[in-house]
Design a protein around this ligand. Structure first.
Ligand SMILES: C[S@@+](CC[C@H](N)C(=O)[O-])C[C@H]1O[C@@H](n2cnc3c(N)ncnc32)[C@H](O)[C@@H]1O
Length: 190
């Protein structure tokens, strides 16, 4: 909690100036962005998780704080955001984080990922070809989505078939602890 508070305070202090977060988001950083990312933590398993398009560090930094037993690779193409992520890694002393500057499609990772997360990066149909090649056999996508998650699944039918995804489901998280619902599309590669 202490690390999450420090990260949130720094994001509130410098996030707008660095173009990481819009001014309207500042009052609801904790309730909308940090909690929204944190509720995904129980879906992760010990192993290597890649967060595509980490941006300000959502959900990557929050998950790395919540799950010190999991290794994270934060994949982000924009230099300014990469510098911010490196800075947060050092300031928070996160030894389970590596930052890679790349687009997901071009990322050359030394190891295949067990799971991949992404938030506000692209529609499910477009995320599938970005995520699938980075995953190990039977690896899993855990993609944070808005209210249109089920529609995105329906719209991604062709890519789901092409990449032979299984166990595709929409999960609603957070209700049991009384916070705003976070939707996740979960899917497994062959
Ligand atoms: C709208 S921001 C969301 C950032 C963060 N995930 C969040 O929820 O606040 C989208 C991020 O995805 C990154 N991005 C866009 N295309 C990408 C790609 N092909 N591979 C990896 N990251 C990408 C952008 O640079 C940007 O930081």
């Amino acid at each position: 909690m202490e690390l999450a508070r420090r990260y949130t305070a720094d994001l509130a202090r410098r996030g707008e100036e660095l173009g990481l977060i819009g001014p309207l988001e500042l009052p609801r950083l904790w309730s909308r962005h940090i909690i929204n990312s944190g509720v995904v933590a129980p879906l992760l398993r010990p192993g290597l998780v890649g967060d595509i398009g980490s941006g300000a560090g959502l959900p990557g930094i929050v998950l790395a704080i919540a799950r010190p037993d999991v290794e994270f690779v934060l994949i982000e193409p924009m230099e300014r955001r990469v510098l911010w992520l490196e800075d947060q890694k050092d300031l928070l002393g996160l030894t389970n984080v590596t930052v890679v500057r790349a687009r997901a499609e071009d990322a050359r990772l030394p190891q295949r990922l067990d799971q991949v997360t992404a938030r506000a990066v692209s529609a499910f149909g477009k995320l599938i070809p970005m995520c699938a090649p980075l995953l190990r056999p039977r690896g899993e996508m855990v993609l944070m989505k808005g209210a249109g998650a089920a529609k995105e699944v329906a719209g991604a039918e062709k890519a789901i078939r092409k990449y032979k995804l299984s166990e595709v489901e929409v999960l609603e998280l957070g209700e049991s602890i009384g916070v705003e619902v976070t939707r996740v599309i979960r899917a497994r590669v062959p």
